[in-house]
Design a protein around this ligand. Structure first.
Ligand code: NAD
Length: 498
């Protein structure tokens, strides 16, 4: 057995790592016509490389390549067993390039190498494999017509799917869209976030290596207002799958209305409540889940349990346990396998998070733990795990998505009070509750206005279940068989029998 990699192993590997930095259009590495983007390492603030970025005409080329491959049938009409084989091959290639992809993700985005290695990359591989397996297991329908007719209801790919994704789980968020879209037979144009293009570009190369035909998966790095908008407004894009902020999500609805009424699927922001009742079956486990729920991935998680509600009877004991756990999750070098919390993605996000910390103090919240920028000598963007106790729900840190390691905790007395506060949000993605009372678990789960409810756990799940929410989180669902619906249209064929 090979021994686990150490910090110096990763540093050595990083020194010799090839950084993909050009758009991939129609199977070719091309020069984009927009000003290049700097790929920064959030752990040091240093430039890793410059990414050649796409202008509107590059987006036109990518969409044209996707359209041509779709209409040619080279992917859509490929024998299902063969399409499945190639998508499985992509999954396998992701697994065999696990170290390289994990390192690219960590360098580009600042998250701990332990996390990219244990979760982001293998989960992406599992997702491609899972959707590959659906390809030859989908059945269509025959309608119950009279005996003089035959009506079939078939599911067909949409055509050109554009995916616009954020920086917090770059490869995985892309995969949640690309895998089901490809499995349905569509051609895809993927635009990664400005801050995190590296794994998307490598994914495009691996797809070619897996014999997914040139032009079926195009990767177009670029800025939101240029490349993202060009995709949103494009008249030849049939479907736009978006993950990112609510503000940008709203723009994509407008782009669709201004152009060709393309289908738009939105997975946007969150401010998820995590409720600990007095009868919590295991306070230690709950405290660990609450700590991971907000500090994992530096709090840059759409389902982060950023609003914590703890019932009065266990409040003090619970918060002490949480403090102790948070202390053990201080930020460190993302390349160190022991690091549990890495660097914030860039200086803009760092300033945003620090701004919320200041605002919380000014608005009267009690800063219980953390609140400081640390490791400044590295040049990187690190913030301590931060816990606020909130006397009221009328605070920016309770109401708005911070997307950083900042927890807003509130004490409550009754179930009704907890539910009222939990549902008092414009968002509705994740939610969690801890109780030993089965009736309460069902009752509260039903009343929580959220797409995901965790009972006596937090963050658990896999590709088999839908991921999405309600209210201003948007209405798309990633993962599970339901995601295939987003990338297909139903066709009715009515045949008059002689
Ligand atoms: P963002 O909205 O700024 O950017 C997301 C993507 O949209 C990027 O690719 C960006 O280039 C593009 N974009 C930005 N402005 C655009 C414009 N004017 N026109 C077209 N495209 C544009 O979001 P972000 O800061 O990258 O990501 C953080 C957000 O993502 C958070 O709100 C988080 O909650 C959300 N998120 C949601 C989920 C989910 O499943 N619901 C998962 C991860 C992240």
């Amino acid at each position: 057995m090979t021994p686990p990699m150490t910090l110096s192993d990763w540093e050595n590997l990083a020194r010799n790592l090839r950084l993909p930095n050009r758009p991939l259009i129609d199977g070719k590495s091309v020069e984009g016509r927009a000003p290049a983007l700097a790929a920064l390492n959030p752990a040091t603030g240093q430039t890793l490389t410059h990414i050649s970025a796409c202008a509107e005409e590059d987006i036109d080329r990518a969409v044209a390549a996707a359209r041509r491959t779709f209409e040619s049938g080279v992917w859509r009409d490929m024998a299902r067993a063969e399409r499945k084989k190639r998508l499985l091959k992509l999954a396998e290639l992701i697994n065999t390039h696990q170290n390289e992809l994990a390192l690219l993700e960590t360098l580009d985005m600042g998250k701990p190498i332990g996390d990219t290695l244990a979760y982001d990359i293998p989960e992406a591989a599992r997702t491609y494999a899972w959707y590959a397996e659906t390809i030859d297991k989908q059945y269509d329908e025959i309608a119950p017509t009279d005996s003089h007719s035959l009506a079939t209801i078939t599911r067909e790919p949409l055509g050109v799917v554009a995916a616009v994704v954020p920086w917090n789980y770059p490869l995985l968020m892309a995969t949640w869209k690309v895998a089901p879209a490809l499995a349905m037979g569509n051609s895809v144009v993927l635009k990664p976030a400005e801050q995190s293009c590296l794994t998307a570009l490598r994914l495009g190369e691996l797809a070619l290596e897996a014999d997914i035909p040139a032009g079926v998966l195009n990767i177009v790095p670029g800025t939101g207002p240029v490349a993202g908008q060009a995709l949103g407004l494009h008249n030849d894009v049939d479907c736009l799958a978006f993950t990112g902020s609510t503000q940008t999500g709203k723009r994509f609805m407008q782009y669709s209305g201004q152009s060709n009424l393309k289908q738009v699927w939105l997975e946007c922001g969150g401010k998820s409540p995590h409720i600990i009742f007095d009868d919590c079956p295991d306070l230690d486990r709950a405290a660990l889940a609450a700590a991971i729920g907000i500090f994992n991935n530096q709090g840059e998680v759409c389902i982060a349990g950023s609003r914590l509600y703890v019932q009065a009877g266990v409040y003090d004991a619970f918060m002490q346990k949480l403090d102790a756990l948070a202390q053990t999750m201080q930020p460190g070098n993302p390349l160190d396998p022991k690091t549990m919390m890495g660097a914030i993605v860039d200086e803009r996000q760092l300033d945003k998070v620090l701004g919320y910390i200041r605002q919380g103090q000014e608005q009267g919240a009690h800063l219980r733990l953390g609140g400081e920028r640390v490791r400044t000598e590295t040049g990187g963007y690190y913030i301590q795990p931060t816990i606020f106790e909130c006397p009221t729900q009328n605070l920016g840190i309770v109401r708005e998505e911070i997307f950083g390691p900042v927890l807003a905790a509130t004490r409550f007395e009754t179930e009704e009070q907890a539910l009222g506060m939990a549902n008092d949000s414009t968002y509705g993605l994740g939610s969690g509750l801890w109780t030993a009372d089965l009736s309460r678990a069902h009752r509260v789960s039903r009343k929580l206005r959220a797409g995901l409810v965790w009972v006596n756990c937090y963050f658990d799940g896999d590709v088999t279940v839908p991921f999405g929410g309600v209210k201003q989180l948007g209405f798309g669902r990633d993962k599970s068989l339901h995601a295939l619906d987003k990338y297909s249209a139903l066709k009715t064929t009515w045949i008059k029998l002689a």
